[in-house]
Design a protein around this ligand. Structure first.
Ligand SMILES: [Zn+2]
Length: 874
């Protein structure tokens, strides 16, 4: 209620005003297809879903403000048939709904004068079977009973599937929703229930009117649900799940309370709705959706059971921290148009990771995000990459902006800026931004202006280099020493690309964080070529990306690299991580010898930094994969095992009491790579434990099951495969079942792999795990690339159906990158092109660049690797 009052006051300001890249938000200049002469202020919407007919009967009334006289009203609709269309009670002259353009045009007999008017109509729409609009979700409970519920997923452009509306983010309005459902059902929406009327077997539920918000944040879920609730300040926090599963929601509830209170404080703006619900949907879609006051999650991200792993627990916290951050960055303040999607996603990713790191220091969460940072650097090194802010001409392409540049690069650019300006100044800027734009929309410029006001610095100049320009720099470091041993470095930059020798334009103001020896790091903005900087004493270790916070790569001169290698065991974890990531990337690119990277491995000494070992395990797995089937394979594998085995031996097979989360991670990474490299001891022990596990499930901790079962599957014969398969088919716990099915897909034997592919497509996968099928087929790639490709190609419609929003992006970018060995590049490319519209050519180019790069890397690295092994053997 405090929200509604405040919002009403702000609405009067619905601007006559302006936005484009480089300008503050302005309603009239916000991109979009809908004319801005008619603005919706408030919707009253009454829905009657009919599951038997898979249809929606709706009655809608929209309070409008007409800004200049017009005879037509244009808004979005899809698969809806409107009837009895009236404006101020007068029947419309004509109504044209065009499903191809997703627009309805209402034409009036006489021009509508400026001022307040009311549009009202009835309509019939569709209940969806896939997670967009209002959709029906089927599921099977642990006790074997089948159930169905209704839920929604609107972002980016699917609210129009549930009801005709102005479905662009700048058209904020209030929503008052009424739904008629079976009387036994519980119902959840953005706002609390205002009124519930029973009539026979049905109940009609009206929710309180929402504050001014964009249509893509509307939520409704109805079904056989139960909830747990608690208070967080003035807000009621609830977690909803299907009957029988609310007991698995207690951890999520406590975390939601904690996170909400932290954000009220951080943002300096109290959560404006009376309640915040989180809803665990069995299946539905893969992630979570930040609907204001009613966040929906795939239930595996929210509900925890005794069979859940540490990774499940971490995902539960981190995803909630991301989605709850959206309640401010996204919901309270929304990007004006999809070209600024990063204002939603990068922000929520950065804020969520910071919250997770602060509340769980034992998880070393930022360090855990380093693999994602490195992945985004790799994606952004493609010549075909794009800027964080990218034009989105038509909202129907908005979904293609949801990629790792938007989520991950943006997150790290914000972290880099926060580090550069200082956390307190940065927070002050964020508070100013939210305060200025609350219940409204914003552009990137609004953010820079708030940060500039908080810091007194021209933030926009430096920041735009990172959001308006594609790619990132490679910073090169050339050190020299004076007679007294003092070191000076000359810093230069050029755009980093996947292949050394490729040239592409780009210059950045680079906020460097420099640490020499054991001194505290200092920041420095790199703006000039050959910029000099004092850097401690010669021979000391040096990091120009201290703590691995920066979104750039660094190449050191030979003497500095040698000093860093000598001191490698003892340098701060983040500095070590940055050097490993960069040395590996430079080796893949052919910019630095592979030997420089491999020399870092023995230099780890007794260090047990899990991110470092994870990085090494991943690199050795890649090299082992490239070596597979070559003459050099066995010698390489023996060398790699010799490097890893001592680390593994020091950890042991069994978890120790009160073991740190890092040790759990490290054990998993090492077990997997050692098994992959054919370590006979590890493989035999995995088989032995699997035998015991069949008798007693407690023998293998849930955290280790994925790894151990994967190792067993790798060498499984038909009998072992069937045992694993029976476990999967009989399992009632959703997380354990997913682990068993994923393990099956790692089988080494070709005939059994073909059987695994059939299982991935079979009816034994329950309906709420429909999303899992694509991942199962993906697991086959490593050992059976051609089989995986053929399975995907021949079943793509079915495998991609649960991803209606992301399917085009998956096909264009992820499939070529992942299935690069499955078929000749031309075959993959022509298949991809055949499935996608022409405007996705830039996305296809990115996918194909990744595919071709892996082929190039493999060919270039193998000789260098064999030479390294041969030298070591001598
Ligand atoms: Zn998000």
């Amino acid at each position: 209620m405090r929200s509604a009052g405040r919002a009403a006051a702000l609405l009067m300001l619905i601007p006559a005003a302006a936005s484009a890249a480089g300008a503050p938000f302005d309603f009239d200049r916000a991109p979009g297809r809908l004319p801005k002469d008619v603005v919706p202020l408030g919707y009253r919407l009454a829905l009657v879903p009919d599951i038997a007919a898979m249809a929606i009967a709706g009655r809608e009334s929209v309070a409008l403000r007409v800004r200049s006289a017009t005879r037509s009203i244009v808004f979005n609709s899809l698969n809806e048939k409107l009837s009895d269309v009236r404006v101020d009670g007068v029947a419309a002259a004509a109504v044209d709904s065009d499903d191809a353009r997703q627009l309805t045009t209402v034409t009036l007999a006489a021009p509508l004068p400026p001022g307040a008017h009311t549009l009202a109509f009835s309509y019939v729409g569709r209940l969806e079977t896939q997670p967009h609009g209002l959709f029906l979700q089927s599921y099977v409970s642990a006790d074997g009973t089948a159930g169905q519920l209704l839920s929604t997923k609107m972002e980016s452009t699917d609210a129009r599937r549930m009801f005709p509306c102005w479905d662009e983010p700048a058209f904020r309005a209030t929503f008052e929703l009424t739904v008629t459902v079976p009387a036994a059902w519980a119902t959840v929406s953005n706002m609390p229930v205002a009124q519930r009327t029973l009539h026979g077997a049905l109940a009609t539920v009206t929710f309180q009117r929402s504050p001014y918000m964009p249509s893509y944040l509307i939520e409704f879920t109805g079904g056989d649900l139960e909830s747990v609730t608690a208070a967080a300040g003035a807000t009621t926090v609830g977690v909803w799940a299907v009957r029988g599963r609310a007991r698995d929601a207690q951890v999520a509830l406590a975390d939601a309370q904690l996170i909400l209170a932290d954000y009220d404080d951080y943002f300096g703006f109290a959560f404006p709705l009376p309640k915040l619900d989180s809803i665990a949907i069995p299946g539905g879609f893969g992630g979570a959706m930040e609907n204001w006051g009613a966040i929906t999650y795939n239930d595996r991200l929210l509900l925890l059971t005794p069979d859940s792993t540490l990774a499940d627990r971490q995902a539960e916290f981190a995803v909630q921290a991301h989605e709850i951050a959206h309640q401010w960055n996204g919901d309270l303040v929304t990007m004006g148009w999809w070209d600024d999607l990063w204002l939603n996603e990068s922000f929520a990713s950065w804020r969520g990771a910071s919250e997770t790191d602060q509340r769980h220091p034992e998880w070393h969460w930022w360090q855990r995000q380093d693999a994602a940072r490195d992945g985004a650097l790799r994606a952004d090194a493609r010549l075909s990459t794009h800027a964080i802010q990218q034009p989105v001409a038509d909202e129907l392409q908005a979904a293609n902006a949801f990629d790792q540049i938007t989520y991950v690069k943006g997150q790290w650019v914000l972290r880099m800026l926060e580090s550069y300006l200082g956390p307190a100044v940065f927070r002050d800027g964020i508070r100013r931004y939210l305060q200025a734009r609350a219940f409204g929309n914003a552009t990137t410029t609004d953010l820079w202006e708030a940060l500039a006001a908080a810091s007194g610095q021209d933030v926009a100049q430096a920041a735009r280099d990172w959001t308006a320009q594609a790619g990132f720099p490679l910073v090169s470091v050339a050190a020299s020493c004076d007679a007294g041993g003092a070191r000076t470095i000359l810093l230069s930059q050029r755009r980093y690309t996947l292949r050394a020798g490729e040239r592409a334009p780009g210059r950045w103001s680079v906020p460097l964080r420099i640490r020499a020896g054991s001194a505290a790091p200092h920041t420095e903005l790199l703006t000039r070529d050959a910029q000099p900087s004092a850097a401690g004493r010669c021979g000391e270790p040096l990091s120009v990306n201290a703590d691995a916070i920066g979104f750039y790569r660094v190449q050191y001169d030979a003497a500095t690299l040698a000093a860093d290698t000598r001191a490698f065991e003892a340098v701060p974890d983040g500095d070590r991580t940055a050097l490993l990531d960069d040395s590996w990337a430079l080796a893949l690119a052919g910019a630095q010898p592979l030997d420089a990277y491999l020399a870092l491995l023995p230099a780890m000494g007794g260090n047990r930094d899990p991110r470092a070992w994870e990085q090494i395990a991943a690199a050795l797995t890649t090299l082992g994969h490239y070596e597979r089937g070559t003459r050099g394979h066995d010698a390489f594998a023996a060398r790699a095992r010799a490097l890893l085995r001592p680390v593994y031996d020091s950890l042991g097979w069994d978890p120790r009491p009160r073991e740190a989360p890092d040790a759990v991670r490290l054990r998993r990474a090492l077990l997997t790579v050692l098994g992959e490299l054919g370590d006979a001891g590890v493989l035999a022990e995995a088989r032995r434990r699997f035998g015991l596990f069949l008798e007693d499930r407690r023998v293998i901790h849930p955290d280790d099951q994925d790894t151990v079962l994967g190792l067993v599957a790798r060498g499984a014969n038909a009998a072992t495969f069937e045992r694993l398969h029976s476990l999967a088919a009989a399992e009632k716990d959703a997380s354990a079942r997913r682990r068993y099915y994923l393990a099956l897909m790692r089988v080494g034997d070709a005939a059994l792999a073909a059987r695994a592919a059939r299982i991935a497509l079979s009816a034994e996968i329950p309906p709420q795990d429909e999303l899992l099928r694509l991942r199962l087929v993906g697991q086959l790639i490593d050992r059976h690339a051609a089989l995986a490709w053929a399975t995907l190609r021949d079943n793509a419609d079915r495998l991609l159906a649960p991803f209606p929003k992301y399917a085009p992006l998956i096909v264009a970018e992820q499939i070529p990158e992942a299935y690069w060995e499955g078929a000749p590049p031309q075959e993959i490319e022509s298949w991809v092109r055949g499935r996608l519209p022409a405007e996705m050519a830039p996305n296809i180019a990115r996918g194909m660049e990744s595919l071709n790069e892996q082929r190039t890397e493999k060919a270039a690295l193998l000789p260098a690797l064999d030479a390294w092994v041969a030298r070591r053997a001598r």
